[in-house]
Design a protein around this ligand. Structure first.
Ligand code: FMN
Length: 578
């Protein structure tokens, strides 16, 4: 049955949201919420075919709902569910993972079905306790645990930490041989097809989704694949996109191949953290984002759910480590043995970065820093100490610290640039000359700047420019579609001091405009006083140029300070550097 819940009056103002229900196995119903027009997931994740949020109902002697849906489906999803069962008779809610697109309706569900026992990993339950602000029955599960619903539906749970989020579990119904995987094996693909009949149509979105969500944790993917290998299943009920039935071995094979390749090819950083109140989690993700910008892989490890073997292996094999300490009072029981494991596994060729969150006077990070230094690890960034609530500036600091760590690893491993290119080609491409500019951007309290020469006019109508920005530049995170910036044009006879200033190596979080004369543009970004001209621009799109983003932006306004002066030009001998 397909129910249209929002007939659009205009596609631009009212996105299409529909719901599809279907029987997928004995006593088992899929409720798929189809979000046809969603075009973005997180900051980076551009969607081409919308997405779906899939939830499942199993009715044995006991009744269990597996995951809910996105809040935007509140009325229709809950109505659909109530058409299927009396919510007062729902026994269990299995939460495979707590990201809001699957858990968004849990508070409302608990209002309607307060008797429900919520089943999830320890981290998932802790997270939900903060989310719903009310007591509820819960049952913590991990690999090896099971739950008998009767009529043959024996649910088995498989821990799959880091398969996108640290709290992930998979649920296997041994009775119907259905594996419920939530984000894992999913794809953002919305159409009426319930199943994966046409893999060639789905493959690009399946791979894109893997690359964005699973690839960064390839080792964890391989561990989860090992855990599900003994299970017999003929339907994979994913949380996004079609359910997988016709080509299961192909899809799983792809995860295996891609993850093996990632693990073989990649230098990675293990980021160990123990979350207190969502703060360490936020910081570690910003650091991870900064590391990823350099092309170095990451493995996020929540120490509250990690096992000793996993921690030891990752600490031994990683090229770099990040360790986040919560306040001392909350560390003692959970962290001490795992800290010991990490300290025993690390070796002198590794780099380390530490951060500490939480108030109080305790600074457990300093003795720990000494221990790592004694063991010969190199520090990639100064310890980050956070005593207050994190802000956008904290995120930027962490992102820049992560990028420094990643660059430390990539620069120590890559061959010298001048050996990588044929010498004649290198000289020929070096004959491309350009102007010199300072790109400045401000978003809220966060601002950044960069000297740029790879800048060119890109279109007349609309008036547009293209700037090539290396993926690991600090300013990159302020240059997403919709962001605004200023392009300051340097003057031929007056550019040296500004160029020198902006080429300094700034520590993470530093204010790049200290002692530089600026005033705000209409779009809020700084205009540099001593420049020849400026353009106020808005980013429209970014083309992936492998090591650079080609940022195409429309120009809104601009001014020239001296009509007869010339733009500073940049002539190079070789093409393998700016
Ligand atoms: C002459 C010159 C031109 C440059 N042009 C660019 C450019 O067009 N794009 C870019 O990403 N980096 C360019 N760079 C590098 C950055 O200006 C500089 O390394 C960067 O600000 C430091 O990285 P960070 O801002 O991420 O700390 C250029 C550097 C020089 C010396």
């Amino acid at each position: 049955m397909v129910t249209l819940i929002d007939s659009p009056t205009s596609a631009a103002v009212q996105p299409r949201l529909t719901v599809q229900t279907a029987d997928i196995a004995a006593n088992t119903t899929a409720i798929r919420c189809l979000d046809w027009d969603r075009d973005r997931f997180d900051i980076e994740f551009e969607l081409h075919h919308g997405t779906t949020y899939n939830s499942f109902l199993i009715q044995g002697e006991k009744t269990a709902l597996i995951d809910t849906s996105h809040r935007k489906f509140e009325s229709v999803y809950l109505q659909e569910l109530q058409d299927l069962i009396d919510l007062k008779s729902l026994d269990y809610l299995i939460v495979n993972h707590t990201e809001p697109d699957h858990s968004g309706l849990i508070p409302e569900l608990l209002d309607l079905a307060p008797q429900v026992t919520v089943v999830g990993s320890k981290v998932a339950i802790q997270f939900l306790e903060k989310l719903v602000h009310r007591p509820f029955e819960s049952q913590i599960v991990k690999s090896g645990h099971s739950l008998d619903l009767g009529q043959g539906h024996e649910l088995q749970f498989i821990s799959a930490p880091n398969l996108h989020w640290p709290d992930t579990i998979l649920t296997y119904d041994a009775g119907t041989q259905v594996l419920y995987t939530c984000d894992v094996f999913g794809m953002h693909y919305c159409d009426d097809s319930l199943l994966d009949e046409t893999p060639e149509r789905l493959e690009p979105d399946f791979q894109y989704y893997y690359n964005c969500l699973m690839g960064p944790n390839a080792r964890s993917v391989l561990m989860a694949l090992k855990r599900i290998a003994p299970l017999q299943f003929d339907l994979v009920a994913t949380g996004h996109g079609p359910l997988l039935q016709h080509h299961i071995s192909h899809w799983i094979g792809q995860y295996d191949t891609w993850s093996q390749n990632q693990v073989k090819a990649q230098t990675f950083v293990a980021l160990f953290y123990l979350d207190g109140y969502g703060v360490s989690d936020r910081l570690v993700r910003a650091i991870a984002d900064g590391i990823s910008k350099t092309g170095v892989a990451i493995e996020l490890v929540d120490l509250s759910v990690a096992d000793t073997h996993e921690v030891r292996t990752l600490a031994q094999c990683a090229a770099g480590l990040v360790l986040g300490m919560p306040p001392q009072s909350s560390t003692s029981t959970t962290l001490d043995p795992l800290l010991g494991t990490i300290l025993a596994a690390v070796h002198p060729k590794q780099v380390i970065g530490l951060f500490e969150t939480g108030g109080g006077q305790d600074e457990p990070i300093y003795p720990l820093r000494n221990r790592f230094q004694e063991l010969g690890l190199l520090e990639a960034f100064e310890p980050i100490l956070l005593k207050t609530e994190p802000t956008a500036a904290t995120d930027q600091l962490c992102r820049e610290a992560g990028t420094d760590l990643g660059q430390f690893l990539t620069q120590s491993q890559s061959p010298p640039a001048d050996t990588a290119l044929d010498p004649e080609l290198n000289q020929a491409i070096g004959r491309l000359s350009t102007g010199l500019y300072i790109l400045t951007a401000q978003k809220g309290d966060v601002r950044s700047a960069m000297l740029a020469s790879w800048v060119i006019q890109g279109s007349f109508e609309p008036l547009g420019i293209v700037i090539a920005v290396a993926k690991d530049r600090a300013i990159e995170s302020l240059l997403h579609p919709g962001d605004t910036f200023v392009l300051n044009v340097l003057e031929e006879d007056n550019y040296q001091s500004l160029m020198r200033h902006f080429l300094l190596r700034f520590p993470p979080g530093a204010d790049r405009f200290a002692e530089v004369n600026t005033y705000p543009a209409q779009n809020g970004s700084p205009i540099l006083l001593e420049t020849l001209a400026y353009l106020e621009c808005e980013v429209t799109s970014r083309l992936d140029g492998n090591d650079h983003w080609l940022v195409y932006s429309t120009v809104q306004t601009g001014r020239v300070a001296k009509l007869n002066a010339l733009t500073a030009t940049h002539h190079r001998k070789l093409g393998n550097h700016y």
